[in-house]
Design a protein around this ligand. Structure first.
Ligand code: GDD
Ligand code: MN
Length: 365
């Protein structure tokens, strides 16, 4: 049985897997390890590459996921696929220094009171290499924000490079990790039932060996949503919060289109209001599809079906909104309270109905 599983999430990393295996093999000579690649059906054929490698090296395994995306959930499933007492998570692109693995492993062997060892760019001796200033700034900002949800004074909670006891990881996962987004380590720390006992070891973040980064603009959104989830997730479903934020943005879109049509183009108010409603609904649909339901995004013809069901559901929601508000107002409730109640009922309706008919939410998802 391996003493150590190294979980490597991959998306389009075909050019890196062999090099990573080679370097890890060199760095961990004498340790009984295995490497679990968790690939989300990369179009560049990473999974085939991994399976070919596994044919000649039994320490290599491929866990392929089809129809799903996500770094954190890939790491979680990779950890769950391990039967070793210790698991590491590291990127495939060789930005994480594999030579640190041995020191991490030894630290866990030596100190039974340690749950996790973190590869850190922000302790003495660590660094971020040749990062652009803007990226360095964003990373620091995100790091600072994340401290608000942490039960620990981690210097690099955004690190994607760490080693943890399997039992400790399991406890965190069972406690209900969100599994959303990029920040797996932060999520682990925030989900642990008892504070994780940790050690940070420095390393220099390197340049990518081959391929491109997957950190796109929606990652920032996901990160923000994860923070919200940590604050409110136990009370309000996180998708509902995302849905509401998108709805709030839709209101701005509505007012913008309305003022252009009504004021600038002098359209009759009814037309202008109708146009604004349609545009706002469509932009809400698109944004929810991109962000709120990123993991079950509709594509191709599905988009048309989705848009129609979304528009229908929201039209009924708007009627309910106006109906409730008008009724409350007629019962002498203040206009603010009436409007607020209408909006809440409409939003809950829209969320519930579109979750069932537009995005077909699977059980427990
Ligand atoms: N399975 C799977 N699914 N893997 C993914 C996905 C996904 O949706 N998205 C990215 N990955 C894999 C990549 O293939 C790579 O091995 C690793 O996750 C990190 O992705 P990169 O695209 O290389 O991210 P980065 O270098 O910009 O970000 C790194 O630095 C951040 C700190 O600033 C990562 O280490 C992050 O975890 C870290 O937080
Ligand atoms: Mn990278």
């Amino acid at each position: 049985m391996p003493q150590l599983s190294i979980v490597v999430p991959t998306f389009n990393e075909a050019g890196n897997v062999t090099e990573l295996r080679d370097r890890v093999a060199r760095a961990l000579e004498g340790v009984d390890w295995e490497m679990i690649f968790v690939d989300d059906d990369s179009p560049d054929g990473t999974a085939d590459k991994v399976r070919a490698l596994a044919q000649s090296d039994a320490r290599v395994r491929c866990l392929q996921r089809i129809g799903r995306r996500g770094l954190a959930s890939a790491c979680i499933e990779g950890m769950l696929a391990s039967s070793a007492p210790v698991v590491a998570v590291m990127d495939a692109d060789l930005q994480h220094d594999e030579r640190l693995l041995r020191a991490m492993f030894e630290a866990l062997q030596k100190d039974a009171n340690l749950d996790v060892v973190v590869g850190s760019r922000y302790v003495e001796g660590g660094g971020i290499g040749a990062w652009k200033q803007s990226r360095a700034f964003l990373s620091r900002l995100a790091t600072r924000l994340s401290r608000s949800v942490l039960k620990a004074d981690l210097k690099d909670p955004m690190s994607g490079f760490f080693m943890i006891r399997h039992a400790a990881a399991l406890r965190c996962i069972r406690q209900g990790m969100s599994g959303v987004g990029f920040k797996i380590l932060l999520d682990l720390f925030a989900s642990s039932p008892t504070p994780l006992r940790y050690l940070e070891l420095p390393y220099q973040f390197r340049e990518r060996f081959s391929g491109e980064s997957k950190l796109d603009t929606t990652v920032a959104w996901e990160y923000f949503i994860m923070l919200l989830d940590r604050f409110f997730g136990r009370v309000v479903p996180i998708r509902f919060i995302a849905f509401t934020l998108v709805g709030g943005f839709g209101l701005l879109v509505h007012l913008l289109v309305l003022s252009v049509c009504f004021k600038l183009l002098s359209m009759p108010f009814l037309w202008a209001q109708t146009a604004a409603t349609l545009v706002a609904m469509t932009s809400n649909f698109v944004l929810n599809n991109l962000l709120t339901y990123r993991d079950m995004r509709l594509r191709g013809w599905q988009l048309l079906r989705g848009w129609i069901s979304f528009t229908l559901a929201c039209s009924v929601g708007a009627l309910a909104n106006v109906g409730i508000a008008a009724w409350l107002f007629s019962q002498q409730a203040s206009w603010v309270l009436s409007a607020f109640a209408g909006v809440v009922v409409g939003a809950v309706w829209n969320y519930a109905i579109t979750a069932i008919y537009t995005w077909n939410k699977p059980k427990g998802g």
